[in-house]
Design a protein around this ligand. Sequence first.
Ligand SMILES: NC(=O)c1ccc[n+]([C@@H]2O[C@H](COP(=O)([O-])OP(=O)(O)OC[C@H]3O[C@@H](n4cnc5c(N)ncnc54)[C@H](OP(=O)(O)O)[C@@H]3O)[C@@H](O)[C@H]2O)c1
Length: 263
Amino acid sequence: MKHRVVLITGASGGIGLATARALAGPDTQLFLAGRRPERLNAAAAALQAVPLLADLSDAADVAHMVEAVRRKAGHLDVLVNCAGQLEVGPAEQLGVAVAEQLIRVNYLGAIRVVHACLPLLRMGEQPVIVNVSSFAGRVAPPFMAAYAASKFALNGYSHALRQELRPEGIHVGLVLPGPVDTPMVHGRLGGVHYPVPRGVPTLSAERVARAILAVITQRSPEVIVPWRLRAVGRLASAYPGLVDRLYARFQSAPIPPAARGSE
Ligand SMILES: NC(=O)c1ccc[n+]([C@@H]2O[C@H](COP(=O)([O-])OP(=O)(O)OC[C@H]3O[C@@H](n4cnc5c(N)ncnc54)[C@H](OP(=O)(O)O)[C@@H]3O)[C@@H](O)[C@H]2O)c1
């Protein structure tokens, strides 16, 4: 890439950090956002980047974060919206509180960052926004209702925004990864509430970072990783009941009353 100013949220670990490593270099001015200061500062020091502490569910934090980019760089070329949270469990048990929390971070947090960054992106060169969604935002697995809903929302927003911003030359791309080996899924992946059908691989964060790079350089509207899940996505859209069967064997018994929530 030519000299670029890049802001990555969720850069204190996992996919965001892998993306920061993939984009770092003499031609890139990197801004890394996250909430945990130790991890963020260590990552920023290693990559000669600027750390920006911000909770994306807080409007003032986001405003400060974007203002810091404006003061130091004056514009923005690439925004990678990677921050996100996951909760798994029966939808009824997770309740409204968890649904609200995930919408607040995964959806509203992402769009808050986009809207705050748009004035800087308009001053950038061939600007790109990459929203890191999830394959669960295309095919919703059981026990991920709140998470899937937040990612479906992000997908809908991104597809609409891409068309709205095309006349201005700002590209909006989506990345939809399957399971990725990061702290987000540790202790959950393959468990009773995170069933992984046979044949679905667990990706490395570096593999997803390469997909994010592809969206930036090729200005793709959407990339599903791994590639083999694309066919599943198409099948699920055409025949929703077919994919249910893949997961059905994980649901041999009804949810016990003790696991049911009150909301
Ligand atoms: N891992 C997977 O299997 C998988 C699959 C598909 C999609 N994804 C998506 O990929 C993205 C990155 O996830 P990951 O797997 O790399 O998880 P991760 O290692 O847990 O990283 C999540 C990142 O999001 C940040 N974050 C969480 N809540 C935040 C908030 N309220 N404000 C600001 N930052 C916040 C975290 O910052 P702090 O830790 O500093 O708070 C951290 O940097 C997420 O959007 C996730 O939904 C992950």
